[in-house]
Design a protein. Structure first.
Length: 176
């Protein structure tokens, strides 16, 4: 439901990205800085001349804040998920959304951290995510469906690992 609601806002305002990519941007920004501001995220999503309604701003801010809580909460960390079309949508659409989510995530990471030095396993994960942006959305069949589910689960875990390692790295830099 949240996917369609968010996507309709982007379609209505002729934005350059959809819900999946926008969520990826938010997650990337929040993995680097859990205190990132929703207003900065929205500024990246829409041109300066776009006038969002109060309801649209509230929806966007709500999704951003919910993402922050899910990334920041220890007891809820397995509740975090990528914002993608539901299983009732065709596999090619879900694969394309996953590819766009990865592009957004990389953009969000780059927006918040201008370095290529990554702590722990983050460098390898980032290379994997770059590869996922090259996925062919022309998918079908049970094997492709299984691959999609596997990549989706990998990304859920990878995001939490990146978030934890970035927070640890940030804490260590603060102490030195």
């Amino acid at each position: 439901m949240a996917y369609q609601v968010l996507n309709s806002i982007f379609v209505r305002h002729d934005a350059d990205q959809g819900a999946a990519e926008a969520h990826g941007i938010a997650v990337g920004m929040l993995c680097i800085d859990i205190r990132a501001k929703a207003v900065n995220w929205m500024g990246e999503l829409f041109q300066k001349d776009v006038s969002l309604t109060e309801e649209e701003k509230n929806i966007l801010e709500s999704i951003f804040e919910q993402t922050r809580r899910l990334l920041d909460g220890d007891d809820e960390q397995f509740a975090f998920d990528l914002l993608l079309p539901g299983d009732d949508e065709a596999l090619p659409e879900r694969v394309e959304a996953l590819r766009c989510w990865c592009q957004g995530f990389l953009f969000g990471i780059g927006y918040a951290k201008a370095t290529s030095v990554w702590p722990g396993e983050c460098g390898e994960i980032m290379r994997d995510i770059v590869e996922f942006t090259k996925m062919d959305s022309d998918a079908g069949g049970e094997e492709d469906e299984n691959d999609f589910v596997e990549i989706h689960e990998y990304l859920r875990s990878a995001v939490l690992l990146i978030r934890d390692q970035m927070a640890t790295d940030s804490d260590e830099q603060t102490r030195h």
